[in-house]
Each structure stands twice: as C-alpha cells, then as structure tokens.
Ligand binder design. Structure first.
Ligand SMILES: [Zn+2]
Length: 139
C-alpha cells in the first residue's frame, strides 16, 4: 500500500489526538471528516498495518469494541552518555513530549510499509562532573 491520502489522514488523526483510543467506526468517520473517505475494509487494513508496525496498539474495551491507540514507545526513553567518563544518565523528563513528537515520524515510516519499528534516543555531551569538576558535582 502506498502512502495514500487516507493513510496520511489516519496518521494526522492520531497526531491530533495522541491519547485517543479509536474504534474502526470513529476512524472511518474521522477520515471522512478529513476529506479522505474510505470503506470499512480499507480502514481495518490500514489499522492492521499500523498495528503490525508497532505504531498502534490494539485493545478491546468493556463493550468488546476493538480500539486502536498510539502504542507506548517503551524503548524511546531518552538517555544521555558523557563523552568523557562514559557514564549513562537516564532522562526521565520530557518523555511524553518526545513520544508525541515521534508519533508522526513512526506513522510516516509505517505508512511507507516499514515494520517492527523501534526508537532509541541518545544524547551525547559532557556531564556536569566532567565539564565542571570544581563545581563540587559528586561522581
Ligand atoms: Zn562525565
């Protein structure tokens, strides 16, 4: 499947509401509202493709309705490595924003047909202990 107007509209639908868990009917309605109407079979095919790519996560709600939400990108936790002492620092802050910013990128890759996408974010530099050794930063 090519990067059709419908798949782009689907990616945009989730980019606009990154926390949404949408049913097929909601996606179908959203695509129609975005000017990219497609039939139910095509909607399911696109959702399946996005799910196979790891972009969307399939879930079934209490009413047994299958819903699709943006998959949590667990591997996308940013980390920082010091070039001098090679210590690793976890960067717990800003993850949510990084994830929502990555959504459109992952969706574009999924739209192009790539699968099993994983994201790793590495920041390099000099840690405060190496950059400012006299500042009293404990190792
Ligand atoms: Zn360092």
């Amino acid at each position: 499947m090519r990067a059709t107007r419908a798949t782009r509209a689907l990616a945009q639908l989730y980019a606009q509401q990154p926390d949404a868990a949408l049913s097929e009917a909601q996606v179908e309605a959203g695509l129609a509202a975005a000017g990219a109407p497609v039939n139910r079979v095509t909607v399911y095919r696109m959702l399946d493709r996005f799910a196979a790519a790891g972009v969307l996560h399939r879930q079934v709600d209490a009413a047994r309705v299958t819903r699709f939400a943006l998959a949590p990108q667990g591997a996308a936790r940013p980390r920082f490595e010091c070039d001098d002492c090679h210590r690793h620092f976890q960067l717990p802050q800003g993850c949510a924003r990084v994830h929502s910013a990555l959504g459109p990128v992952l969706e574009a890759l999924a739209t192009a047909g790539h699968e099993n996408l994983a994201v790793e974010i590495a920041v390099r530099g000099r840690c405060v202990g190496c950059a400012h050794p006299s500042a009293g930063a404990s190792a």
